[in-house]
Design a protein around this ligand. Sequence first.
Ligand code: GDP
Ligand code: MN
Length: 396
Amino acid sequence: MNIHEYQAKELLRLYGVPVAEGRAVLRAEDAKTAAAELDGPVWVVKAQIHAGGRGKGFFKEADAGSDGGVRITRTAESAAIESRRMLGRTLITHQTGAEGKLVNRIYIEEGAEIERELYLALLIDRSKSRVSFVCSTEGGMDIEQVAATQPDKIKTFAIDPAMGIQPFHGRRAATALKLEGKSIKECMSLIKNLYKLFVEKDAELLEVNPLIVTRSGHLKCLDCKMAFDSNALYRNPSILALRDESEENPKELEASKHDLSYIALDGEIGCMVNGAGLAMATMDIIKLRGFEPANFLDIGGGATREKVVEAFKIITSDTNVKGILVNIFGGIMRCDIIANGIVDAAKEVKLEVPLVVRLEGTNVEKGKKIISESGLNVIVADNLGDAATKIVATIR
Ligand code: GDP
Ligand code: MN
């Protein structure tokens, strides 16, 4: 689960990590008061969306102005004006896709004077099964470019969970970031506090870009992105409370309410499968036939008729879907029960795209019979390869 920058900064503040004073604005009429509560001489007005690259982004609507989603102003009055120009407008960045993201929240901050822009991130390194730090002296808006062309400018080190965070980790980061003077000590406490936050809140990613050295030689986190492990939210209610459903894919949100594992993709073949492994195999075979899956969808072991109906509704609400492939293994679940569910669901949602069904397992013959006698325009397949060939043939 992702959170907004201003929420991430609130957490940083709680853990004693240096951030600027700021105010979140959710309604245009509050912008003026919020800006006036902050000291200048510089105000930074930042669009809050769950995507990066805002500084280099642009707005779809002309009345939002030609600047990106991060604006620097010299008066509180103009900070309020910029806030109102961005609220309710659509910001497009290299991470949002062409459709962009609606800006519903603004963060106004006291501006910082930048000496150097650095990059610092914590993430879970799955190959090492450890939390790793990523450091670079080349922070700012071109970090992707640095990673691609100057990988030697990016230093990483992992934390042994049994040993935990140690002062030498802080010194290592300070060296990698080429820090001097008092900022070395600040870096040591920064590293310790970020690690503590990361572990205590079950984060998946914590990225500070840029981490800056100010004109007066202090460290400050100017931007922060945090993502948390969704499977651990049950034990982090304070993090769950930060969830902004308006930032999530509406289909994925709907699916999560029905306990379906669904991930939207941009292909043309909708998939309905039970079991994550089978779902992956189904997506693979679609790709092997030269087509793209429209989604990953695992309806789970105890797929009820209701779940099948919901799954069909979600898949068919995607206008890119030109055909649906249902691939079910009836192990615990019997194929005849699944078949009845599919027939009912197909009638209820009035399917308008071709549907190929591959069933295997307990009572498979009964299941196939139910489908072929349903009178619905459903193509029955004998195995996974056959199913893929048949669905692809209908939309070719
Ligand atoms: P992003 O583009 O979505 O990553 O947004 P950031 O918060 O990282 O802001 C983009 C850039 O705006 C930063 O790399 C800085 O160069 C600049 N910026 C952000 N806050 C300040 C500030 O307080 N003072 C100054 N001078 N520049 C800032
Ligand atoms: Mn940034």
